[in-house]
Design a protein. Structure first.
Lengths: 214, 214
DNA sequence: TACGCTATTGACTTATTTAGTCAACGTGAT
DNA sequence: ATCACGTTGACTAAATAAGTCAATAGCGTA
């Protein structure tokens, strides 16, 4: 099952160096596999060209590794952690946001990377893993939505639309926080302002509870 | 003031061909000036390489032209058309959305192009025009916000936050409509479903009015 | 100090892509 | 037939691409 070049050497690296490489590569792959340059990746990761290829062999293997790695992280630390039995959908959304923030602090580009990879139709070799992951993700979110108590909503508000609004708001809010940061500073910036960010997010969720619930 | 290669030859072209070139170029420049390929542009625009350089001289002049062109369109057909005297902020947002849709149907990537260009710090040569444009834009939006009747809002909802929510929602809604379309189909897709899109957008705005107003 | 072993380097190669050029071509009017 | 003009795409030189490899750095052991 496992081929022997299972990136063991890379995974034995000190985690700080690992992260530097992973984050540099994810960021560079955001624009698509073809447009990504390994030279840019090694420059940003602060390692030599040779080392990258020593660990990953080819650009494509690096890419495949990144996909699996990202899926592994998000599955284990996000999807599997979601408590689908909550009644209040805003509790769920709040919990999911906390989980996402935790992951994003370590891997700033991981969620964008996964969605970019998913949208990039050319990336067919990895479709199996990705498809399963996407299904798992959709199932989880559907479950959250089904189990929540929709009777809490005002009768004249379509719960699905309300939930869309909340998710788009969280997305827009996140973008507005990161848009004017140089990408390499996103991680540190988020660590420093973690508390105030959460507070602001909670304020938005409070608005939603006040306005969308009975 | 005007140098003689003022793109007159290009602007004398049939508008359909003009649009094809402009849209192909804007789309390709979304990933940044450096990563854009003139070969991709001409392929997508369906013209020969020579013609592009016959009209624009260099890649950079094409880029500068695009920025000016986009600014001109958005200033004249969006910013200048905004009626800042409306009391109901949701009327303003609705009107602005209509204006945006009209422009986007002709130039699907124009708004994304302008914001990408603005965020791309390396693009300093064009900063004068861009800065003025951004200021104009911010002034207009601030004016809309100042003139609207904030007493219409529920007392326990911060109007600024509510407006942010509305704008992020519109953004997210738009993204959700275009994300799974191949970029070249965005234009036609929007033309075909124009009415139903507007209807759906209005439903969201109705929710906001119901929930955020007294 | 000397040795061996692994992690790491960056100059290098070969192939591809790049922006930009230019002689040639098609077309319609006179 | 000839001119004028919009248009073409093969071409060039320079840059960039992925991937290689002989050489070095670092470090524990003897």
């Amino acid at each position: 099952m496992h081929n022997e070049d299972d990136f063991q050497k890379f995974l034995a690296l000190e985690t700080e160096k690992q992260s530097r490489i992973i984050n540099a590569a994810m960021k560079e792959f955001l624009g698509g596999f073809k447009k990504a340059s390994t030279d840019v990746i090694v420059r940003e990761a602060g390692i030599s060209k040779g080392l990258l290829f020593h660990y990953f062999g080819t650009k494509e293997k690096l890419f495949d590794f990144l996909i699996d790695y990202a899926i592994g992280i998000v599955a284990a630390e996000f999807l599997e952690q979601i408590d689908v039995r909550r009644k209040d959908i805003f509790d769920s959304i709040w919990q999911m946001s906390l989980l996402k923030q935790d992951i994003s602090r370590r891997f700033p580009a991981i969620f964008e990377f996964l969605s970019c990879v998913y949208l990039d139709a050319k990336v067919c070799p990895a479709k199996d893993h990705l498809k399963k992951f996407t299904e798992l993700r959709n199932e989880k979110l559907a479950e959250v939505y089904e189990h929540c108590d929709k009777s809490l909503f005002r009768d004249d508000v379509d719960p699905q639309k309300a939930i869309n609004i909340v998710q788009w708001t969280l997305q827009g809010w996140t973008d507005s926080k990161t848009a004017f940061l140089s990408p390499e500073n996103v991680g540190t910036e988020m660590k420093e302002n973690y508390a105030s960010y959460l507070e602001e997010m909670r304020e938005y969720l409070d608005i939603f509870r006040k306005c969308f619930y009975k």
